[in-house]
Design a binder for this molecule. Structure first.
Ligand SMILES: Nc1nc2c(ncn2[C@@H]2O[C@H](COP(=O)(O)OP(=O)(O)OP(=O)(O)O)[C@@H](O)[C@H]2O)c(=O)[nH]1
Ligand SMILES: [Zn+2]
Length: 200
């Protein structure tokens, strides 16, 4: 994706004007010197935070390796830090994702699992939906014997506004295939990521 790509039929100028309106609505003067460049900066930041709409997450999983014949145990990538935004308040969701899968005969470059997480995180999200999307994407593209995704995140819409609860994290999981059907496989994954009996 190029830096200056217009993602939709809404132009950067229109997006910048929307920021000026929000500034005016908050009681500010968008023409004062300190704020002159703010709309441009905000639009640039949004382009980064919401770049996931310009990606096809499944594309990252197309290139697989067969050279690992003999390896038939689970692969786990844990503590994948991500930043997302909730679709209710457009407030940051900050957390970590843990992804595991049981390869059948092909494995993927390990960074690609983190790229899939980012591709979904950089959209407006609900944590449950993001968790399920990551798992489904891996299942549909790699056809492994199973996929496990656990997401542990804090929602700024709960810390800096609204109910104002700090130190709260939301944990969601999506288990598919062997991770859903076989308690021992699921337990091994949870052990790998450091969650024992639900505690970390
Ligand atoms: N399940 C779920 N809820 C979320 C997520 N992100 C934000 N929320 C919640 O979405 C809800 C939206 O509730 P509303 O009552 O419509 O919004 P609100 O008046 O701003 O609610 P408060 O946050 O309680 O002030 C809130 O309870 C948020 O905490 C998420 O990823 N998953
Ligand atoms: Zn929210």
């Amino acid at each position: 994706m190029s830096e200056h790509h217009e993602p939709t039929d809404v132009t950067s100028e229109q997006a910048e004007e929307a920021v000026r309106i929000l500034l005016r609505w908050a009681g500010e003067d968008p023409q004062r010197e300190g704020l002159l460049d703010t709309p441009r900066r905000v639009v640039k930041a949004y382009r980064d935070w919401f770049s996931g709409y310009q990606t096809d997450p499944g594309e990252y999983l197309r290139r697989t390796f067969k050279e690992v014949a003999g390896y038939d145990e689970m692969v786990v990538l844990r503590d994948i830090e991500f930043e997302s935004h909730c679709e209710h308040h457009m407030a940051p969701i900050i957390g970590r994702a843990h992804v595991g899968y049981l390869p059948t005969n092909r494995v993927v470059g390990i960074s690609k699992l983190a790229r899939v997480v980012d591709a979904y995180a950089r959209r407006f999200q609900v944590q449950e939906k993001m968790t399920a999307e990551i798992a489904r994407c891996i299942q549909e593209n790699l056809h492994p014997a199973g996929v496990a995704v656990v997401v542990d995140a804090s929602h700024e819409c709960m810390t800096t506004r609204g109910v104002h609860k700090r130190g709260v994290s939301m944990v969601t999981s999506q288990m598919l295939g062997a991770f859903r059907d076989d308690a021992r496989t699921r337990a091994e994954f949870l052990d790998f990521i450091g969650i024992h009996g639900g505690r970390r």
